[in-house]
Design a protein around this ligand. Structure first.
Ligand code: GRF
Length: 219
């Protein structure tokens, strides 16, 4: 008997523009990726990404951290909202909140983030300014599984570009963001195809791909 693989269910968490959300959804639609975006959730009511998601007919929800007395209370409510959607994976796409250990533990190896640096370098904020300040030759972005430690966790894929003499913070941000828009959709399609495994040591393998990483700035 023919077995039909179930479509992969994604919840996407955003706080702002949602350009990664757009890139992911558009790529999946154009390439017939077996992915359903079952909810786009924002902690910011007027996030432009939420407007776009609504226009696209995607289910959306707003849950503002300002309505909760503590980070813990917000994360409990957020976890409930996410769990109601029964996702295979939770995608953080510019979600600007640090998640508690309790939240993270509920979605072990199913919670994915993109960070605008080549981790483990430049964890935290202002990555492009710090990369320029340090004079690194290469910079980029990383998609990784989220663990309780900020901007740590098993690396799924990275995209790197060479820093050029004329680069400033804005140019670097734009270049890295366009790399993010290539890397994140690619990773989401691997997740949707169930190609990604993590072993007990936290090492990631992706079945059926020649390389997990992208190199060079492609405009
Ligand atoms: C991206 O640079 C992402 O790496 C960082 O926040 C930015 C979000 O951009 N975490 P967008 O909301 O996807 O446009």
């Amino acid at each position: 008997m023919k077995t039909v693989k179930e479509r992969c269910r994604f919840v996407v968490l955003i706080s702002g523009q949602g350009s990664n959300l757009r890139a992911i959804v558009q790529f999946c639609r154009e390439n017939n990726v077996s992915a359903d975006f079952v909810k786009v959730i924002s902690n910011v009511a007027d996030a432009p990404g939420i407007e776009w998601a609504k226009q696209q007919g995607l289910p959306t929800a707003i849950i503002s951290h300002r309505d909760f007395a503590s980070r813990q209370a917000f994360d409990v409510a957020l976890a409930e909202l996410v769990q109601q959607c029964n996702p295979d994976y939770v995608i953080l796409a510019g979600f600007m909140r640090i998640l508690t250990k309790d939240f993270v533990s509920k979605f072990e190896n199913r919670l994915v983030n993109i960070h605008p640096s080549l981790l483990p370098a430049f964890q935290g904020l202002h990555t492009h300014a710090r990369a320029l300040q340090m004079g690194v030759g290469w910079h980029g972005c990383t998609v990784h599984f989220v663990t309780a430690e900020l901007d740590h966790g098993p690396i799924i894929a990275q995209a790197a570009l060479e820093v050029e003499d004329g680069d400033d913070e804005a140019s670097l941000r734009n270049k890295v963001l366009s790399l993010e828009h290539k890397l994140y959709p690619m990773v989401v399609s691997w997740l949707a195809n169930r190609q990604v495994d993590v072993d007990s040591t936290g090492k990631v393998t992706v079945r059926g791909v020649a390389s997990r990483h992208l190199k060079g700035y492609l405009s």
